[in-house]
Design a protein around this ligand. Structure first.
Ligand SMILES: Cc1cc2nc3c(=O)[nH]c(=O)nc-3n(C[C@H](O)[C@H](O)[C@H](O)COP(=O)(O)OP(=O)(O)OC[C@H]3O[C@@H](n4cnc5c(N)ncnc54)[C@H](O)[C@@H]3O)c2cc1C
Length: 381
């Protein structure tokens, strides 16, 4: 899907986000002020202003205050935030958390969590543990059934936005059988619950991820999302959504890197001519632009398929979109840095920040190696 094939409404939506980005985040001074010089990937004040514009609910059903759009609208927003360098770092993870809630949670939890996202709340989802990364089914955080609820004990790690989230959707073990994928459950823990400790992890991307320690943490039974012991199936049902969100985000990063490096190579002169006129750079930029266009078609092709049949799992297509877009974000930003020479490496320019943010996209939400495994399996290998 190109800009030309969007509906008038979708087109206007994109133009409005781009206009907002130019006004609010158009200069380096504005971006530095909003992100504490790149240390904060998310600005909550700006987020709440965006919520007031109604954009955060673009893919939340109308019953919960959203505008009821689908995967294409969600991708447009996830793509335009990084393309406009708008520091909305915790929107994608909030929408990844929203999907299982929308599909499986009780009406009360839907009102609370989905309605909260529309109003500007951040939501976190906690699957990973120190011994359960790519092998997430190996998780051991425990929830024991007690009178009226559950008591949780264990450690979660790498949890995006947990330090500011209104709730953490914890995937935990409620039963142990020979099949590690059986006996998992999803429980929503509200902010401020006793027995939850959140500790930040320093990364190249700034203040984004956390360890979460759960110690005798009591949660009422009504906070179970979906069915007890069925979380694996519930997680699998949302994977296409998660991969598509990350793919759209990575696509936006790649586009921004390409836009920025194009502007740079047209300006910067060496040997008496713009460096963009050297064939060594021109051809690589032509290749990059081609890859961006192809990736855009792939990402929006998968989004359109999801909209046609929201219940389809699409493991092959969603993994291809995630793999291609994130590897491209990495390549485009590293190429951007290389073509900007020393200035690409300098903190004064945005590109080094863009490199740091792009590098991790091939790791979270399932690494590139894991996406290739899924695609290979779909090929019958
Ligand atoms: C910035 C960031 C944000 C994150 N946010 C969240 C979050 O909000 N919630 C959450 O639950 N988790 C989150 N994660 C965790 C993330 O999903 C995991 O880091 C990821 O799944 C990889 O797990 P791991 O880091 O333990 O690496 P490992 O699983 O230990 O993998 C290490 C290496 O081995 C490779 N590998 C492992 N198994 C295989 C295999 N079978 N075949 C081939 N290669 C293999 C991997 O590809 C990788 O290269 C986040 C991580 C980061 C870095």
């Amino acid at each position: 899907m190109t800009l030309q094939t969007l509906t008038d409404e979708q087109h206007a939506f994109v133009e409005a986000i781009r206009d907002f980005a130019r006004r609010e985040c158009g200069t380096r001074e504005q971006r530095d002020a909003l992100t504490e010089h790149g240390r904060e990937p998310h600005n909550q004040q700006l987020y709440e202003r965006i919520a007031e514009l109604g954009w955060l609910g673009v893919a939340i059903p109308e019953a919960y205050g959203g505008s009821g759009g689908g995967a294409v609208e969600l991708c447009l927003l996830c793509e335009e935030f990084p393309r406009g360098l708008i520091p909305m770092g915790f929107f994608p993870i909030s929408m990844m958390t929203a999907r299982p809630v929308e599909r499986f949670a009780s009406e009360e939890l839907k009102q609370e969590i989905l309605g909260g996202i529309v109003r500007g709340n951040v939501e976190a989802i906690a699957m990973s543990e120190p011994e359960a990364g790519s092998d997430v089914g190996n998780l051991s955080c425990r929830a024991d059934r007690v009178d009226g609820g559950y008591v949780l004990n264990g450690q979660k790690t790498w949890i995006t936005g947990a330090h500011v989230a209104s709730h953490i959707l914890v995937v935990c073990r409620t039963k142990r059988t020979d099949d590690k994928h059986e006996g998992l459950s999803m429980i929503s823990i509200p902010r401020g619950t006793d027995g939850v400790e959140v500790r930040g992890i320093e990364t190249m991307g700034g203040r984004e991820v956390n360890d979460v320690f759960l110690t005798d943490c009591y949660v009422p039974a009504e906070r179970l999302v979906g069915e007890q012991d069925r979380a694996w199936t519930q997680l699998m049902a949302g994977l296409n959504n998660e991969r598509l969100i990350i793919a759209a985000q990575a696509l936006g990063m790649a586009e921004r890197a390409l836009d920025d490096v194009l502007a740079y190579v047209k300006e910067r002169k060496q040997f008496g001519r713009p460096i963009g006129s050297f064939q060594a750079l021109r051809h690589r930029l032509a290749d990059l632009a081609t890859e961006v266009e192809a990736t855009r078609l792939l990402v929006y092709g998968v989004a359109a398929k999801v909209d046609t049949d929201p219940r389809a799992m699409l493991p092959r297509e969603a993994s291809m979109a995630k793999l291609k877009a994130t590897e491209l974000a990495k390549k485009a930003t590293l190429e951007g840095m290389q073509m900007m020479g020393g200035y690409g490496y300098a903190v004064e320019y945005d590109m080094e920040r863009q490199v740091r943010v792009a590098l991790v996209t091939t790791i979270y939400g399932g690494t590139s190696e894991i996406q290739r495994e899924i695609i290979a399996k779909a090929l019958g290998l």
